[in-house]
Design a protein around this ligand. Sequence first.
Ligand code: ADP
Ligand code: 5GP
Length: 210
Amino acid sequence: MSEGILVAVSGFSGAGKGTLMKELLSRHEGYALSVSATTRTPRPGEKNGVEYFFKTEEEFRRMIEEDAFIEYARYVDHYYGTPKAYVEEQLAAGRNVILEIEIQGALAVKQKRPDTLLLFVTPPSAEELERRLIGRGTETPEVIRSRLDRAAEESAAMGQYDYIVINDDLRRCTEEMHGIIQASRQTAAHQAGFIEQIQKELREREETRE
Ligand code: ADP
Ligand code: 5GP
């Protein structure tokens, strides 16, 4: 069995990443969603260990010192980081692991592991982004403004991603994302183990014929 694909999914806050990931995991097998650590406070309904592991700054710093993260970044006044152990364990078990992380983090992961698939999720327009952020109703108008400013900055990095995924219709977008990930499993680079095995089998058959 080949290792799973490591997929970093980024996109503007409010683009619909969380919604898409839930849909992907409920419709398809073989995925694991990495749960990040963060120093931000939980939103209503968020539970420790489900959406995030909620940490104090001191706890987060200790995890950095212990080298427990694949990557971490500061985003709008808080730290966010990807714990390493779960990701490695799930990849080895053949599952595709999704990291829902912002751009600096995604690019850092790609540097460490060049076979990481980078997906950027965006709504079809800026107007729709603002509508979704307001509609979600979880942030104050000031926080929404700072997230829209951040989105303008982040759009500069979109060209560094492998695929741009436009989240207009949720179902269509989910299937498109699943298709991209499945196709990535079949790249020659990802199938290096299989290639080696069949080359060996063919050589052995050649030898027995001689
Ligand atoms: P993110 O995780 O990227 O910050 P969310 O998943 O919280 O974004 O989505 C932001 C808001 O947009 C939510 O209220 C969600 O219900 C809504 N939303 C997500 N995807 C779609 C879509 N395809 N069409 C319309 N609304 C959507
Ligand atoms: P939110 O506060 O809306 O849950 O997340 C804010 C941003 O942090 C989002 O862009 C989200 O994808 C990103 N994020 C979540 N977890 C991580 C992580 O472990 N590392 C990095 N670099 N970004 C993360």
